[in-house]
Design a protein around this ligand. Structure first.
Ligand code: HDL
Ligand code: ZN
Length: 419
């Protein structure tokens, strides 16, 4: 539907924003999805959707099945339990539950039948590569950034062989074990042929940088990334701060790559929930400010897990041009908070940030995570452009399309020198 000249300006703007947001394909800058060459690491289909760790956490608010029993169940048995508890015995109003239904609905399935078996039969007819195309088309996604860890055995084995990459997938080098568990990581690096010691001598630092360079080129990493606990301090007394200062930042400068910091995760708050057991805490963002100020020639991507940190992070974005803020990460990815964060960021940062990434772990999630996000982004953007028009400034469709391209990956690509 195109805006006609007789429409009131507000209607014209609403229609222009809707057109631009719905038609602009996004660069999804952080996911846990994989190029199909990684085979079983790329999760997809109704049972992977239902056993997503967000739903595992939620089902334990209802079921009295013991954790130990749950983890012995097959994927289908876990999915059945989750479907019965979270969809049939209680209305699926949570964001993660609604997301499953948004996905199935946009795939053309009739969810009101509540017939899980017929949904399973429908999925059984798909081949992965066709389904990948379908999910990227329905999700409006052009490029998917993977999360690639040299410390993951299964993933390492794939990279050990040459394979032709699907050019819709880019790579990000994830280094949590190196930074957060250096003593164990040092043992691994020695096994892989890097002569490192626990003490961070000059030789050890150069061997760590050789490891980082080897993997940066092997995967063609577009950025490095780490998730850090709320208590992360920089400068700080820990090995984490020393490794970042002596190895990671020089490596990123040498290779012209941003360093992504994902702050505020409390790993394994409930170990019995496994991947679903991580929690959130308020970080001291002084560490991020010190990094941005102390290493002006480095570029930093940042997203934080605590709602209480969001305004301070956006203000930091105003202080440092070498900081690019992205996403409504994990527990922030609920419409109530996405709207608050996107409005705050537009008002403080203009268009110089990336409002969303999907963090998808299951391919099909691209469909709902981007549908739900686009609805909020379009709503807030419309409000902002209408506020502009009230000053007499009428944003054209081409200006709105330009801005939306920036928000959905263009600003990130320029910041990470991919364009
Ligand atoms: O550390 C991360 O990258 C987080 O996104 C975790 O993977 C988390 O389990 C997750 O999937 N959040 O959406
Ligand atoms: Zn993630």
């Amino acid at each position: 539907m195109t805006a006609s000249s007789s429409q009131p300006l507000e209607e014209k703007i609403k229609s222009r924003v809707k057109t631009a947001v719905e038609s602009t394909r996004a660069y999804d800058i952080h996911t846990h999805l994989f190029d199909p060459a990684f085979e079983e690491l790329l999760l997809w289909g109704i049972d992977d959707l239902l056993v997503y760790h967000y739903l595992v956490a939620e089902v334990f608010r209802y079921t009295d099945v013991p954790y130990s029993k749950f983890w012995t169940l097959s994927k289908i048995e876990q999915a059945d339990l989750i479907w019965n508890e979270l969809f049939l015995r209680h209305s699926p109003v949570s964001e993660a539950c609604r997301g499953v239904l948004t996905t199935l609905n946009l795939l053309g399935l009739d969810v009101k039948k509540r017939d899980l078996e017929s949904v399973r039969k429908w999925f059984a007819n798909w081949k992965l590569n066709d389904y990948l195309d379908r999910c990227m088309e329905l999700g409006g996604v052009r490029t998917i950034s993977m999360t690639n860890s040299p410390f993951d055995k299964t993933e390492r084995n794939v990279w050990a062989n040459t394979f032709s990459r699907d050019d819709r997938f880019t790579a990000a080098l994830r280094i949590d074990p190196l930074i957060l568990a250096w003593t164990d990581a040092a043992v691994q690096l020695r096994e892989w042929g890097y002569s490192v010691e626990i003490e961070l001598s000059d030789n050890t630092i150069s061997e760590i940088r050789r490891f980082l360079s080897d993997w940066t080129s092997r995967i063609d990493a577009k950025y490095l990334m780490v998730s850090l606990p709320p208590e992360f301090a920089f400068p700080g007394p820990g090995t984490d701060a020393a490794l970042i200062e002596k190895a990671i930042l020089p490596h990123c400068r040498e290779h012209g790559l941003p360093f992504a910091l994902m702050l505020g995760v409390k790993r394994a708050q409930n170990e019995s929930l496994k991947l679903a057991g991580d929690g959130s805490g308020r970080s001291d963002l002084t560490a991020l400010a010190n990094l941005c100020a102390g290493a002006p020639e480095n570029r930093f991507l940042a997203t934080v897990l605590s709602r209480e940190n969001q305004h301070e992070l956006a203000v930091l974005g105003r202080k440092f041009g070498n900081l690019h803020i992205f996403g409504c990460w994990w527990f922030m990815n609920i419409p109530y908070v996405v709207e608050e964060m996107t409005r705050m960021r537009l008002e403080l940062l203009g268009l110089s940030f990336t409002p969303q990434h999907s963090d998808a772990r299951v391919l099909d999630q691209l469909i709902y995570k981007w549908k739900h996000s686009r609805e909020v982004i379009a709503k807030v953007l419309t409000e902002k452009y209408i506020a502009l028009s009230e000053t007499g400034w009428e944003p054209s469709l081409s200006e709105i399309e330009r801005d939306v391209r920036d928000l959905l990956g263009g600003a990130f690509e320029r910041f990470s020198r991919q364009s």
